[in-house]
Design a protein around this ligand. Structure first.
Ligand SMILES: [Zn+2]
Length: 266
């Protein structure tokens, strides 16, 4: 059964240097990236892909989570929260409670994707095992992107986490399939979504801009450049096979091609 509706729900916009988002290109130019998550309505349940930026973190990074996030103080100045809403607010607008969400598929656990995850304590969280482990013990500069405040509750003994290695078909019918696209982070994954009107691949941060996706120029802070390039090839191959439209997560033009809620792709 295909997915009935795909809603794009923006949570905020950040502005990075263009050369950070698209490797070494146009230094000094701003790149305003959207930070959406996606809600998928399927006859067998409601699925979120990512959970966006936490407004709670952005408003007070020093007291966020068990360790606080002092290094985020400067970064949150680049965030514009007025362009988005918390996923719970988006859901309320669409007539849903947080407990209506059955499954959350996480592209990865960077803080602009995993904020607000604890607002859905009853949902099953699907994340690559490599990502889950790395998020708790990242190396060097990669430590900047993972905030324990976003995901520390996943360590609870009663947390409902599916730690995946390889592909994961959410309903077993091919309508929502997460597949590994490592490189941006060790356990990054992208999500193929089959709708009545066609197939969409939510690429996540496999590239951080449309130009980057097309030219193989990934984020300057990618965990592995080599694996990033292999993953771009894997997405292109899959898109060709499924005749899919690829959506680059942070790219303003790609996001602009998706309907504004309450409208959705069908
Ligand atoms: Zn990321």
């Amino acid at each position: 059964m295909p997915v009935e509706k795909l809603y794009r729900l923006n949570t905020a916009t950040w502005t990075l240097d263009y050369s950070a988002a698209t490797q070494l290109q146009q230094p000094g130019e701003p790149f305003p990236g959207w930070c959406p998550c996606y809600l998928l309505e399927h006859p067998e349940g409601l699925v979120l892909v990512d959970t966006g930026v936490s407004h709670e973190m952005a408003e007070d990074p020093l007291s966020y989570g068990p360790q606080g996030a002092p290094h985020m103080v400067d970064f949150v100045d680049t965030l514009d929260l007025s362009t988005g809403k918390m996923p719970t607010e988006h859901l309320a607008d669409l007539g849903y409670e947080p407990s209506d969400v059955d499954t959350i598929v996480m592209s990865h656990l960077h803080t602009d994707h995993a904020g607000n995850l604890d607002a859905f304590p009853e949902a099953t969280v699907v994340v690559q095992k490599d990502e889950l482990r790395y998020a708790f013990w990242p190396d060097g500069a990669q430590r900047l992107f993972y905030l324990e405040g976003d995901f520390h509750h996943l360590r609870r003994l009663d947390a409902d986490v599916v730690a995946v290695t390889g592909e994961y078909d959410v309903f077993g019918d091919g309508s929502i399939v997460a597949f590994p696209t490592p490189g941006h982070s060790p356990g990054h994954q992208s999500v193929e979504v089959r709708l009545e009107s066609g197939t969409v691949i939510l690429a996540g941060d496999a590239a951080n801009s449309r130009v980057g996706y097309e030219q193989g120029l990934v984020a300057a802070f990618a965990w592995s450049l080599e694996e990033s390039i292999d993953s771009l090839t894997a997405i292109e191959t899959r898109a060709r096979q499924a005749d899919a439209d690829v959506i680059v997560h942070h790219d303003p033009e790609d996001q602009g091609r998706l309907p504004e809620p309450p409208n959705a792709l069908h």
